[in-house]
Design a protein around this ligand. Structure first.
Ligand SMILES: *Cc1c(COP(=O)(O)O)cnc(C)c1O
Length: 351
């Protein structure tokens, strides 16, 4: 049987892999680029959603992880480690399981959404919760990488950034060129760095004609790139971007400024409004962090008639607690037709 066709197979010539690299893939990439008609109408532009929740573990992290784990295997690694707010842990755990590597993940205690925790555990990773922030977890992991025989698979590993360029390649392939605006959430800032690098590489390779403006959005309570200052205790409903000291700080600033875009913040109320809008009006369930670029776009607007891509970075099922606590709960009734009809507003039509 052929292995699943993942991003390495499709974009091999643009990625840091060689003939001898053993490819560890779960069939990542090839995610939908979905027109969002209601959002387009509200914004006055053609808005498309890059649905990264459709990746094997439910987030874009898989694009970078297939490259990072394949390269780690090639280099003879036995164990990989990462710090994570959740999705890197889930992805590392799955790809490490596939590769036969040991995986340890260090996460902020109480900060990891339920679905992500379930994934990391079920794939057999060792999950360590530290009493501290993501930023402290990452600092610890970096020290491990220096003193112990473990490979770090956070986005400080350039193989992760390389793999994540493939989202930009796919967007350009689907549209026939880069969009006018590319909007995404920014946490540790690896993904905006990768997107910018990806679009530039694609144009240099003659596979896209122009470059997009990149707009990165953070949450108000975790917006170091907007204020210019690290945040000691980042706070937001969007757990995947609850980060106060982004590792790829310079890459994010360069992406925004060189592309003529920007980095801005939205508040949690705007994030949850966008989250509901996407689910209820567009039929797309993403996790809170993924609604951030849509909240940002609704705030900023877009040039009339332009083409805008919003990257919905992770699946809504990652974080069922937020969905249930913020949106509402079901109504209970007896197993009785009259009660059911009354609750559904169907009573009164009887003879
Ligand atoms: C990792 C992640 C982000 C943030 O990406 P960075 O590369 O850390 O900026 C946003 N949304 C989701 C769902 C993520 O998993």
């Amino acid at each position: 049987m052929r292995p699943p066709r993942g991003v390495i197979e499709r974009y091999r010539d643009l990625l840091p892999v060689g003939e001898k690299t053993p490819i560890v893939s779960l069939g990542e990439g090839g995610t939908p680029l979905l027109l969002a008609p209601r959002l387009s109408e509200r914004v006055g532009a053609r808005v498309l959603l890059k649905v990264e929740g459709a990746n094997p573990t439910g987030s874009f992290k898989d694009r970078g992880m297939t490259v990072a784990i394949s390269r780690a295997l090639e280099d003879g690694a036995r164990a990989v480690v990462c710090a994570s707010t959740g999705n890197t842990a889930a992805s590392a755990a799955a790809y490490a399981a596939r590769a036969g590597l040991a995986c340890s993940v260090v996460v902020p205690e109480g900060g990891m959404a339920l679905g992500k925790m379930a994934q990391a555990l079920v794939h057999g990773a060792k999950v360590l919760q530290v009493r501290g922030s993501f930023d402290e977890a990452l600092a610890l992991v970096r020290e491990l990488g220096e003193r112990d025989p473990v490979t770090i698979v956070n986005s400080v590993n350039p193989d992760r950034i390389a793999g994540q360029m493939t989202a930009a390649f796919e967007v350009a392939d689907a549209l026939g060129d880069a969009p006018d605006l590319h909007c995404l959430p920014v946490g540790n800032a690896g993904n905006i760095t990768a997107a910018w690098r990806g679009y530039r590489l694609y144009r240099e390779a003659g596979r896209a004609g122009h470059l997009p403006r990149l707009f990165g959005f953070q949450a108000n309570g975790a917006a170091p790139l907007v204020t210019g200052q690290p945040v000691a205790q980042p706070r937001t409903v969007a757990g995947a971007i609850r980060i106060g000291r982004p590792a790829s700080w310079k890459g994010a600033i360069a992406a925004a400024s060189e592309s003529g875009g920007g980095i801005q913040a939205v508040d949690d109320g705007e994030i949850m409004a966008a989250y509901r809008f996407l689910a209820a009006e567009e039929g797309v369930f993403c996790e809170p962090a993924s609604a951030v670029p849509v909240a940002g776009l609704l705030r900023l607007g877009a040039p009339p008639g332009s083409t805008v891509v919003c990257v919905l970075t992770g699946h809504g099922l990652k974080d069922p607690d937020t969905a249930l606590s913020q949106i509402g709960s079901p109504v209970s009734v007896e197993a009785d037709l009259d009660q059911v009809r009354a609750e559904l507003g169907l009573s009164g039509d009887d003879d």
